[in-house]
Write a protein that binds this ligand. Structure first.
Ligand code: ATP
Ligand code: MG
Ligand code: MG
Ligand code: MG
Length: 581
């Protein structure tokens, strides 16, 4: 009642969203370390500003987009029956000792001390905290199943933060954790989450694939990653066009039928002298498609520089190799001694190229970074440890891509296999009893007996989605947002507002009308030259642009252009409203 009464007393007031009073700060130049389109565009549009490596401030513009994503995620989580909570980001060591992850999590865990010299970490994830919460709160099977979620800042001390918010150190994650009496109940909620994730990424207008993933060191029985398809993706996935088969490359390799591929040859192939180390060059040398080069490795062996695809298990015993000619600046590459020192491996692991034991310098798929990484055979959790030879340790995985070949008939007997690069935007796990068991999270079952709960966990990289969406939808002029993620759906651009009160007035009244119709609109009243104004609106990817000018007013029309169209056209106010409704 109070609410309705207030509405009567205070009619809706629109605060005009004027760009002249908003902090829009686009820039022309971006730092050279911005390699991928989304990173460059986010910097140019002023959506993010770097504070330090892997740490970014979200500007008012960036935050609008981030909140759009957050809201879609929140709505769908609520709709799927999950309940929102908020846990601290700083977590005590003791909890992490209970699961053994204080040590096992590795260097991604940022450890901090308080004034009493007590150990804490900045949460990279929240299994420990939520399991502690659950063991204190949940006593009876009657309270189950429950699914808690939060949208919160995580910190992971990534070895190589890059691509802006795509692989940041501090980032925004939606993480959910479900609790169950039985495995069947867990499987049910897992399916509900799988469907909710599919709805979220569909609503956001992303082209994605849900792929089977390895449960790895986190344990448990089932796992799916949600991968946004993009050439710049750090991951690779394999999927069939004739069935539901879809797996990330690691799992596809692990599941690939054995014995069908020719034995690896130690013979090295000569390649012509290249002008630069592009991924195409390496893939051509190896005789694999660029998509397969994701875990390509470059080794400096005794016989020179060689590109490899290496099998991803402990033995690292299957290698596809090709010589790469030396370039003059390759003095920058690591020597065998440096590699050994950097990754703490033994000399035998950096064997001459072509020998089965060859352990490699891992090369990133990006040409510019071709010789950036080295990788050793020491396993750390789910990953192989390695090092950027210049600086610190590097974690990576290696996969024998000869086992998963584009165009193959596939693994389940239907359709043709495709390989694609992906950006991991979501990841769901059936954890089973691993954490509940380690931390003693029990409830009484219907017989009055203590039962260890089953758990699921479900993550979404909220901030990474913003970058992933840009990777998928942009052109030379800038970003191309879907309505769901756009900072505003419509930009009303005013030509010479200072010179003509009528134009100003017409633009403001159009703004009001659109806003009243529930269409999120921004008024570009900065008084910039038309060209600069349009360039900004294209750069920040506003889906619909309307221009109010003296000329248009005289003709009784507006100029309208959709971001994806090349030409602007004249349109009446009524037609515009109908079009945007
Ligand atoms: P990646 O393989 O990219 O390192 P992950 O498998 O370590 O990701 P999860 O532990 O599955 O990540 O976390 C859930 C989600 O959080 C991921 O699917 C991803 O979208 C997001 N995420 C993970 N690390 C980062 C990061 N450094 N920056 C931004 N988002 C991240
Ligand atoms: Mg990671
Ligand atoms: Mg991953
Ligand atoms: Mg993951």
């Amino acid at each position: 009642m109070v609410h309705a009464y207030n509405l009567l007393l205070y009619p809706r007031i629109f605060r005009l969203m004027r760009l002249s009073q908003f902090h829009l700060a686009t820039v022309k130049e971006v730092p050279a370390d911005a390699e991928v389109a989304s990173h460059k565009l986010m910097l140019r549009a002023g959506m993010i500003r770097k504070l330090a490596s892997g740490l970014y401030t979200w500007s008012p513009l960036g935050l609008r987009v981030l909140r759009k994503v957050e809201n879609v995620v929140r709505e769908e989580m609520n709709r799927a029956g999950a309940i929102e909570i908020l846990m601290p980001s700083v977590q005590p060591r003791e909890l992490w000792e209970e699961t053994g992850r204080w040590e096992k999590f590795g260097n991604q865990l940022l450890k901090i001390k308080d004034r009493k010299e007590q150990d804490f970490c900045y949460g990279p994830t929240h299994e420990e905290v939520i399991t502690d919460f659950a063991r204190n709160e949940l006593k009876s099977y009657k309270q189950l199943p429950l699914n808690f979620f939060q949208i919160q800042t995580k910190f992971r001390d990534e070895i190589r933060p890059r691509f802006g918010v795509m692989r940041a150190r501090e980032f925004l994650m939606k993480d959910a954790y479900s609790f169950h009496l039985t495995h069947e109940s867990l499987a049910e909620t897992y399916k509900v989450m799988y469907d909710a994730y599919s709805r979220i990424f569909t609503r956001l207008g992303l082209t994605f694939r849900a792929v089977d993933a390895d449960t790895g060191a986190i344990g448990g029985s089932a796992s799916n990653e949600f991968q946004v398809l993009a050439d710049s993706g750090e991951d690779a996935i394999a999927f069939s066009d004739g069935s539901s088969y879809a797996a990330n490359i690691e799992l596809a390799e692990a599941r690939a039928p054995t014995g069908e591929r020719p034995a690896p040859s130690a013979d090295l192939i000569r390649v012509p002298t290249p002008t630069q180390r592009s991924i195409d060059e390496v893939s051509a040398a190896l005789g694999v498609s660029p998509a397969q080069c994701i875990k390509t490795i470059i080794v400096r062996g005794r016989e020179g520089l060689v590109a490899l695809c290496v099998r991803g298990d402990h033995e690292l015993n299957e290698v596809k190799a090709a010589h790469l000619p030396e370039l003059p600046d390759e003095s920058e590459l690591a020597s065998e001694e440096e590699i050994i020192a950097a990754i703490g491996t033994r000399p035998g692991f950096i064997g001459p190229v072509g020998l089965p034991e060859s352990i490699p310098v891992i090369v990133d798929r990006n040409a510019a970074m071709l010789a950036d990484f080295v990788c050793g055979g020491n396993q750390d959790g789910t990953h192989y440890t390695g090092a950027n030879w210049q600086r610190d340790a590097r974690i990576d995985r290696v996969v024998d891509l000869r086992k998963v070949v584009e165009g193959d008939a596939s693994p389940d007997g239907h359709g043709t296999l495709h390989l694609a690069r992906g950006i991991e935007v979501g990841h769901i796990f059936q954890l089973g009893q691993k954490y509940a068991e380690a931390m003693g999270a029990n409830v009484l079952d219907d017989q009055g007996k203590l039962a260890t709960m089953y758990m699921g966990c479900y993550g979404i990289g909220v901030s990474r989605i913003v970058a992933a969406a840009i990777e998928q939808r942009h052109d030379d002029a800038g970003m191309i947002w879907t309505d769901a993620m756009a900072p505003w759906r419509v930009a009303v651009c005013v030509i010479n507002p200072k010179n003509s009160p009528e134009v100003s007035e017409a633009a403001e009244s159009l703004y009001r009308e659109l806003s009243q119709a529930g269409i999120e609109t921004v008024l570009d009243d900065r008084g910039l030259r038309a060209g600069s104004m349009f360039a900004d609106m294209e750069l920040i990817g506003i889906p619909h642009r309307v221009v109010v000018s003296e000329r248009g007013l005289a003709a009784g029309t507006l100029e309208y252009r959709q971001r994806t169209e090349t030409e602007a056209r004249a349109i009446t106010r009524d037609d515009l409203l109908a079009l945007l409704a």
